[in-house]
Design a protein around this ligand. Structure first.
Ligand SMILES: Cc1cc2nc3c(=O)[nH]c(=O)nc-3n(C[C@H](O)[C@H](O)[C@H](O)COP(=O)(O)O)c2cc1C
Length: 189
């Protein structure tokens, strides 16, 4: 069991999104909680097919591996999805994952209720805010607690390994990670 699950929507090997999640996870760990970063790389995440079988079975019945990720999120206190921006919006697979995670939570034991987190977006030049808005819709509808920072959780990067060039973006992600960890600890104390 881990305290905070971080989910990357990037398909790339040396992914900027993974790099940003690594920074965020390190900050959460510095503040006393355990983390696991799960990449969707190599997976093909289907959209929800509205079969409603999760209600009866307790998890998603689609066989693409998301059910195992859902089991990890079910046991966690925090959840942070992150996506590269594709044509101004989040990559499709992460939105498919979020919709199915939400559907399973609401159809079973409401495991997302009270969970702490927030989204992160990574892009070369533009589309971060709409991507964050898209992913943000997931939190309040699932009775979750979305955490702030001093700016939105967005990082500018294009070529592999360039996230550090956006110093302000990285500082904001660090503060966000720290805030997530501190809030979880306050809630649990
Ligand atoms: C299909 C596609 C669409 C993209 N669309 C945008 C975009 O709308 N705005 C932008 O700034 N960058 C865009 N990018 C660039 C990526 O968001 C950027 O390279 C990001 O760092 C990739 O993150 P990753 O390494 O984690 O996959 C696009 C990249 C791809 C492959």
């Amino acid at each position: 069991m881990v305290d905070v699950v971080l989910l990357s929507g990037s398909p790339r090997k040396n992914s900027n999104t993974m790099e940003v999640l690594d920074v965020c996870a390190k900050e959460i760990e510095k503040n006393g909680l355990s983390t696991e970063i799960i990449p969707l790389r190599g997976m093909t995440i289907q959209s929800c097919v509205a079969c409603n079988k999760c209600v009866e079975k307790g998890n998603c019945v689609l066989k693409d591996g998301l059910d195992e990720i859902i089991e990890k999120i079910r046991k966690a206190d925090g959840f942070i999805p992150a996506s590269p921006v594709y044509f101004g919006t989040a990559r499709g697979d992460i939105m498919s994952a979020l919709q199915r995670i939400g559907k399973v939570s609401r159809g079973t034991d409401d495991f997302l209720s009270g969970m702490v987190g927030g989204p992160i977006a990574v892009a070369r030049r533009g589309g971060h805010t709409l991507t964050l808005q898209e992913m943000s819709m997931f939190f309040p509808i699932n009775d979750m607690i979305m955490v702030g920072s001093r700016y939105w959780n967005m990082v500018f990067a294009h070529a592999e390994g360039t996230t550090n060039e956006d110093e302000e973006g990285i500082e904001m992600v660090k503060l966000f990670g720290e805030n997530v960890a501190k809030l979880i600890q306050k809630i649990k104390s």
